[in-house]
Structures are given as structure tokens and as C-alpha cells.
Design a protein around this ligand. Structure first.
Ligand SMILES: [Zn+2]
Length: 148
């Protein structure tokens, strides 16, 4: 499995990985021609998908898991999963408390937009008007995103 830059029809190269903690993996891929970067944030189960790309995580190999799980996740993946457009065109989003903004600021830059979107969608689904650290904690445990 590879990432392709659709515009260039070029295989993207693995660029960066970070482990925010608890088995969560963030990986970035860059197109060598146009420089476009996509980032992928995975929970521990999805990390197996990255392992299938041959990426070593933190110097250790991820234990093998049935690939059926990964396939079903890929099949249901949204086309805009990596969209960093924020809340534009989606009506009013929840606001962020200063503490929550500070915490978001500690997320690695290349996945911050994705992480923010996850929290915004979580809050919107539950009619939460303001995202606070407590809301972020609840979202992480409910969505299985420990370490983000
Ligand atoms: Zn490209």
C-alpha cells in the first residue's frame, strides 16, 4: 500500500513520524514533485495499517493483527479525512476555551488541523458550545484517541 499524489501521479515518500503517546502514531507523506504533504493520525489499532507500509515505529515492530480490520477502516475512510480547512462552510462551530487552545497548540503542527477537526466534530455532534480540556478528555476516551 502506497500514498499517491493524485495531481502528479507520483508515489509520496514517508517523511516524518511522531508518537504523541500511548500508541497513537502520526505519519506524514510528501509528494517529491509538488511538495504536497498528507498526514495520518492513527489509534493503536490503526497503527497496524502504518506497519503494513513497512514503517518502523519507535524502533519496534508492531505486533501483527488481522488485516481485515484495517481493510474495513480504509473502505469507510472519508475522502476529506486529511482536510485542514477547519470549520469553513459548516455553520457555526464550537468555541475554544483558552486552556483548550493552549492544549491544541501542543499538538504537532502537521496534524493539528486534523486533531482540531476531530474535536470540533465531536463537540458539534453533542451540541457542546465550548471545547474545554474536559471536553477534549471526554472525546479522547470516547473516540479511542488517547495520547492526542
Ligand atoms: Zn504532487
Amino acid at each position: 500500500m502506497k500514498f499517491l499524489c493524485v495531481d502528479c501521479d507520483r508515489q509520496m515518500t514517508f517523511e516524518e513520524r511522531k508518537l504523541p503517546g500511548d500508541g497513537t502514531l502520526a505519519a506524514a507523506f510528501r509528494c517529491p514533485r509538488c511538495g504536497r504533504v498528507v498526514a495520518m493520525l492513527t489509534n493503536p489499532m490503526e497503527t497496524q495499517l502504518v506497519a503494513s507500509l513497512g514503517v518502523k515505529i519507535g524502533g519496534t515492530t508492531v505486533a501483527a493483527q488481522p488485516l481485515e480490520t484495517v481493510r474495513s477502516m480504509v473502505a469507510t475512510g472519508k475522502p476529506d479525512a486529511f482536510d485542514d480547512a477547519g470549520e469553513q462552510g459548516e455553520g457555526r462551530g464550537p468555541s475554544w476555551s483558552p486552556e483548550a487552545q493552549e492544549r491544541l497548540g501542543r499538538v504537532p503542527g502537521f496534524v493539528r488541523g486534523m486533531v482540531k477537526k476531530i474535536y470540533v466534530e465531536y463537540a458539534r455532534d453533542r451540541a457542546i458550545a465550548e471545547i474545554t480540556p474536559a471536553v477534549m478528555d471526554a472525546a479522547r476516551s470516547e473516540l479511542g484517541l488517547e495520547g492526542m
